[in-house]
Design a protein around this ligand. Structure first.
Ligand code: NDP
Ligand code: GDR
Length: 373
């Protein structure tokens, strides 16, 4: 019989890549999706199967991590061999605006699943993966950060994820549940949500290149991140649950870059050379030169990047750099896609979308492009 996986957050970036990965491995994949007033399954539409088909191997269930009864019902119906808890209010800046909701979903939501495993007597059957995060390190206590580095969370999101981390460890120790934390550093892709910094940059600059927007407004461009590709990271999520004994792992590339560097790479992929001038809130990115035909909308001397303090966070995580030695040595995991390659792929995909919008605009079909992030 096919092994059965349940993915919370299947409609998100990681959930969509993981669902693809598990289906290729022959799993029956179940996912929890939330009710929303507009469609929220775009990232998995290409693998969705009609549940009436006799050979269907993918199933979606309405539920919500803030709703104990739905979590219990779905766990009881599916009785999964593996649960991947990827569902979360995952935006750090938004967690300052919705701290209680973030705690309910990201912290208590994790407890709800672990309790369902215990209550339904699935301890010996169900393996549990928790989407932990480098945000736990926050104000970093050691460089680079590894599994033993002390935590110092810096946002309501990170504090909620800290509860989730420890309740996962506790249920492993208290009840013998096979439960693992993957402490994942930032990972991105063309499917990244539009308001996370990498996608905001690739999408914004592609739109500017096509003459659809004028300027990209940024927060802290000095922030340093260790950015990998989501496709590499979901492979590791699965690998973690295939070991004899459950353990926690840091997943990272071991290299960090600044937000400003990511902007420069993205611009370069569009044929735009940018120079940064000024300091602090007055810093701007000005076009030095343009080559090729991907950026007909910009000209030398044009200011295309500005700072908007509204994107500063009350407490910031300035620098993150992971040490993935344990994952490499114990599991043989190494990331296959570099940060630069990932950036190029994201720019190429966002340029395709921007070209489509530009074409529509030429024919009189206008649409709003700005996203608040
Ligand atoms: P996304 O924001 O892309 O996806 C989050 C998913 O969670 C979506 O499917 C979303 O549904 C779902 N979700 C949100 N709230 C609820 C809720 N109340 N009940 C059920 N489902 C809910 O995140 P990523 O794919 O990037 O990240 C996956 C997980 O990994 C998250 O837990 C995140 O915190 C964590 N993480 C991510 C990292 C990264 O760099 N990407 C790094 C480290 C950890 P909907 O589509 O309807 O919004
Ligand atoms: P992060 O990702 O907070 O690390 O959380 P994000 O891409 O939002 O920010 C990264 C860094 O860029 C700075 N920044 C901006 N960020 C956004 N979103 N918008 C801006 O305009 C902007 N300007 C500068 C931020 O201040 C920050 O320093 C992500 C999420 O996926 C979490 O769920 C996950 O746990 C962590 O990565 C690891």
């Amino acid at each position: 019989m096919a092994r059965r996986a349940l993915i919370t957050g299947i409609t998100g970036q990681d959930g969509s890549y993981l669902a693809e990965f598990l289906m290729q491995k022959g799993y029956e994949v179940h996912g929890i999706k939330r009710r929303s007033s507009s469609l929220n399954t775009q990232r998995i539409d290409h693998i969705y199967q009609d549940p009436h088909a006799s050979d269907a191997r993918m199933f979606l269930h309405y539920g919500d991590l803030s709703d104990t009864s739905s979590v219990m019902r779905i766990m009881s119906d599916v009785k999964p061999d593996e649960v991947y808890n990827l569902g979360a209010q995952s935006h750090v800046a938004v967690s300052f605006a919705t701290p209680e909701y973030t705690a309910n979903v990201d912290a208590v939501g994790t407890l709800r699943i672990l309790e369902a495993i215990r209550f339904l007597g699935l301890q010996d059957k169900t393996r549990f993966y928790q989407a932990s995060t480098s945000e736990l390190y926050g104000q970093v206590q050691e460089i680079p950060q590894r599994e033993t580095t002390p935590f110092y969370p810096r946002s309501p999101y990170a504090v909620a994820k800290m509860y989730a981390y420890w309740i996962t460890v506790n249920y492993r120790e208290a009840y013998g549940i096979y439960a693992c934390n993957g402490i994942l550093f930032n990972h991105e892709s063309p499917r990244r949500g539009e308001t996370f910094v990498t996608r905001k940059i690739t999408r914004g600059l592609a739109n500017i290149a096509q003459g659809l927007e004028d300027c990209l407004y940024m927060g802290n461009m000095d922030a340093l991140r260790d950015w990998g590709h989501a496709r590499d990271y979901v492979r590791m999520q699965w690998m973690m649950l295939q070991q004899d004994a459950p353990e926690d792992f840091v997943i990272a590339t071991g290299v960090q870059y600044s937000v400003r560097q990511f902007i420069q790479w993205s611009a370069a992929h569009l044929g735009i050379t940018l120079r940064f001038e000024g300091e602090g809130e007055a810093e701007v990115g000005v076009v030095d030169s343009v080559s090729g035909d991907d950026a007909p909308g910009v000209a030398p001397g044009q200011t295309v990047v500005r700072v908007d303090p509204r994107y500063f966070r009350p407490t910031e995580v300035e620098t993150l750099l992971g040490d993935p030695t344990k994952a490499r040595e114990m599991l043989g995991w190494i990331p296959e896609i570099t940060t630069q390659q990932m950036c190029e792929e994201m720019v190429a995909e966002d340029l395709k979308i921007a070209r489509r919008h530009a074409l529509l605009r030429t024919h009189g079909y206008d649409m709003p492009l700005y996203v608040e992030s």
